[in-house]
Every structure is written in structure tokens, then in C-alpha cells.
Write a protein of this length. Structure first.
Length: 244
């Protein structure tokens, strides 16, 4: 019988960004890759808040499932693993280039203000302009041309007001830090980071020390968006995760 897996995309992406991973998973899995509020077909859904996104996930997800998240989606997946409506339904977590948030309150407030300023700018941009700007983000540097082209096409499925709302409601500065709550995560966690993504390799090491049951997988030659650069490898790691 096929196993159920839910895949949460990153900021500026849509559920379609998971298509290569879903294809690599094949018939062993039944995959759900929703557009998160503020993105794609859910660009205009309001409110764009953590609580609303978790309610969407609780309504969409099967009774038991493996939850996979990339970047923003990974952060949301951690919140889901600690939510009363979802924690006992999640058999395992697979987090790619993810973080529990910003631990220092002053730094988190600084990031929230920066995200608010960026959201104000996004409100006055075309999606083409913002896609070009976001592609210059340092953590995304070095993507192979074919991957960069696919990412751009996916970003163009979004609308500026939706992305601005996601920055304000789901950004790193907007959400509370979960560093102190990592020991409460019941499910086994696979932490995936690209070899070229030094920042998130370090975060994965720190997270593993706080989690009850964590495995780290560093994917050779990959950057931050490991699932986009090596979808077959990510599919294999999902299949190898303890709950899958």
C-alpha cells in the first residue's frame, strides 16, 4: 500500500516545485504538495498566518503521514510537529535547509522589521521584478542553469501581494523560535543540507543536538535547495527515513 507524504515548499515557490521529487518517489507514495497561503493558487487566501496554515494542513493531511519541508516549509513543518492537531499524525519529519527560527528576540525583531520593509517593496513590484531580485539571495547562489530556470518559472506562478503577505505572516522574524522546543518533537527527524550550504549544515548540526531522534544527511555538491538540484537523492532519503 502506498505511504502518504506531505511536502511543504519554500518561500516564493509553489507545490509544483516538488514535482521532480514526487516523480522520483513513484507509486510507493501518495504525495500531497499544497500551495501554502500567499503562494500560487493560494496567493489570495487570507489570513496568511501560522495558525491558518496549520489549519489548512490539518484539513488536507491524511490520518498518518510523513511531513517534508524545505526552508520556510521546513520551519512550518516543525511548528506542525508541535501542534496539538497534528503532532500524533506525523510519523516522521524530513527537513531540507530548515531552521527552528531566530532564537535571539532582538535579532528576530530586527528580521521582522526587515521583512516588513521588503514586503512594502514587493507590494509595488511585478512578479518578474521580484523573481529576479530574490534569485540574487546569497544562500541561493550557484544553482545549475536548468535548476535556476525551473525555479524562475515556479516563482512566476506567484503574485506580489501574496508573497508580501507571506513575508509579514510567515517570515523568519514573524514566527516564534522553536529552538527551546526541539526536545518536544516526538517524530524521528531527517535533516538534509547541501554540501555547499555551510550555514544550514551548521544549523542542522545544532538542531540534531536538541532533537530526540535526528539523522543528518549532507548531499554532495548541492546548495540550499537540495530537492531541486538532486530530486532523486531527496526521494531516496525520504524513503530511507525511519517512518517512511
Amino acid at each position: 500500500m502506498a505511504r502518504d507524504v506531505v511536502l511543504l515548499h519554500g518561500f516564493t515557490h509553489t507545490g509544483a516545485s516538488w514535482d521532480p521529487v514526487v516523480a522520483a518517489l513513484g507509486e510507493r507514495y501518495r504525495a500531497f504538495a499544497p500551495d501554502i497561503r500567499g503562494h500560487g493558487s493560494a496567493s489570495m487566501r487570507e489570513p496568511v498566518t501560522l495558525e491558518a496554515v496549520l489549519d489548512d494542513l490539518a484539513a488536507l493531511a491524511p490520518p498518518r503521514f510523513t511531513l517534508v519541508g524545505y526552508s520556510m516549509g521546513g520551519r512550518l513543518a516543525l511548528h506542525a510537529a508541535l501542534a496539538a492537531a497534528l503532532d500524533r499524525r506525523i510519523d516522521g519529519l524530513v527537513l531540507i535547509g530548515a531552521s527552528p527560527g531566530i532564537e535571539d528576540p532582538a535579532e528576530r525583531e530586527e528580521r521582522r522589521n526587515a521583512d516588513e520593509r521588503l514586503a512594502d517593496e514587493v507590494d509595488h513590484m511585478t512578479i518578474e521584478q521580484f523573481a529576479e531580485r530574490w534569485a540574487q539571495t546569497p544562500v541561493l547562489a550557484g544553482q545549475p542553469p536548468a535548476v535556476a530556470a525551473a525555479v524562475r518559472a515556479d516563482r512566476l506562478r506567484n503574485q506580489p501581494p501574496g508573497l508580501a503577505g507571506a513575508l509579514r505572516g510567515l517570515g523568519t522574524g514573524a514566527l516564534p523560535s522553536l529552538w527551546h522546543r526541539l526536545p518536544e518533537v516526538r517524530a524521528p527527524v531527517t535533516l538534509i543540507a547541501g554540501e555547499r550550504d555551510a550555514k544550514f549544515r551548521g544549523i542542522a548540526d545544532e538542531m540534531a543536538r536538541g532533537l530526540q531522534d535526528a539523522t543528518i544527511a549532507v548531499v554532495p555538491s548541492a546548495g540550499h535547495a537540495v530537492h531541486l538540484e538532486t530530486p532523486a537523492r531527496v526521494a531516496a532519503l525520504i524513503a530511507q527515513s525511519p517512518a517512511a
